[in-house]
Design a protein around this ligand. Structure first.
Ligand code: Q46
Ligand code: ZN
Ligand code: ZN
Length: 318
């Protein structure tokens, strides 16, 4: 297989795009495509400060790498969840410690700023314990984890003056969530599931600059660029609905290259055309600030995050 641009040996063959490229041209091509996507959705400009949520995985580190190379003003945020997992799989003291090490290594090697929030230090308990202490996360801490991550990302973006929060969700992630939302026809989720979620009072703008790129493409980028990242997924991802949906979609993609991209892009088109409601309804207006943390909430009184932390304090005291 030959590179379409120079005729040299191809390093990546993208059947879905009918395109093969050598290492050098692939490392040029992907950032160019990301830039086009950022512009298409008017995600942010070079004057705006971007906060990249970095997990130590290939997608978020590749995103940070690409944004920096494209001369965007991108700093990182690492949230230490306190997840350990199988010690045999991780060099350091567990999943979170190893992912933190790799995120910090990337920042240091590139002279970039990485903000770090440690959930246990900040709130007294790591995520799996917080989940055990509440009814929210029996068995699987993902619901509590998602709540804490959303709250902390927004808090840091607001407190440190970032215009926009960027996450490294790739096409495989987005298509899997889209499949879940479609199977249940969750209109509100479908309306909010796009590459750009505009800011609203108290909530930072959120963007997903990689959400039209296959996981495979992101892995190839990270490997060819020599980024050291954590290979293992979070131990709680095993057996999740998202993982199951990804496997289903991979089977489909195997038979029909491009099916996943088509599924997602046609959804974005339908969403744009108003099939799930008006785009300015993305974020509800009837939110009020939480009396404790100030973040918008639809609940009367404390927001879900402050209720969670209040509950854990009560349990710890009693
Ligand atoms: S980190 Fe957290 Fe994910 Fe792990 S505990 Fe679940 S939600 S699977 S993206
Ligand atoms: Zn080439
Ligand atoms: Zn609150």
């Amino acid at each position: 297989m030959k590179c379409r641009k120079c005729g040299g040996k191809a390093a990546v063959n993208m059947r879905q795009h009918k395109l093969a490229l050598c290492k050098e041209h692939y490392l040029e091509w992907l950032p160019e495509q990301v830039e086009r996507f950022i512009r298409k959705y008017q995600m942010f400009t070079r004057d705006e400060k971007v906060l990249v949520a970095v997990s130590g995985g290939k997608d978020s580190l590749a995103l940070w790498d690409i944004l920096t190379r494209l001369n965007y003003r991108a700093d990182g945020l690492y949230i230490g969840l306190g997840i350990v997992g199988d010690p045999a799989l991780f060099r350091a003291s567990g999943y979170s410690a190893e992912s933190h090490r790799l995120a910090q290594k990337f920042a240091d090697e590139h002279g970039l700023t990485l903000h770090v929030v440690d959930v246990e230090q900040a709130y007294g308990y790591p995520i799996p314990v917080l989940a055990e202490m509440t009814n929210r996360g029996k068995g699987r801490p993902c619901s509590v984890c998602g709540l804490v991550k959303r709250h902390e990302m927004n808090r840091i973006a607001r407190d440190l003056g970032y215009a926009v929060l960027a996450t490294g969700h790739n096409l495989d992630d987005e298509a899997a969530v889209l499949l879940s939302n479609t199977l249940t026809w969750s209109r509100d989720y479908l309306l909010r599931q796009g590459p750009l979620l505009r800011e609203s009072p108290g909530l930072a703008r959120k963007v997903k600059p990689l959400c039209r790129f296959y996981e495979r493409e992101m892995t190839a980028y990270a490997l060819l660029r020599g980024i050291e990242y954590i290979y293992e997924e979070c131990p709680y991802a095993v057996g999740s609905t998202t993982t199951y949906n990804k496997e289903l979609l991979n089977r489909l993609e195997g038979q029909r290259p491009g099916a996943k991209l088509h599924f997602y892009l046609r959804f974005l088109q339908a969403r744009q055309e108003g099939l799930f409601g008006k785009m300015d309804e993305e974020r509800h207006t009837e939110l009020q600030p939480c009396p404790q943390c100030g973040q918008p909430t639809s609940a009367p009184g404390l927001c879900a995050f402050c209720r969670l932390t209040a509950r854990t304090k009560t349990i710890a005291i009693s």
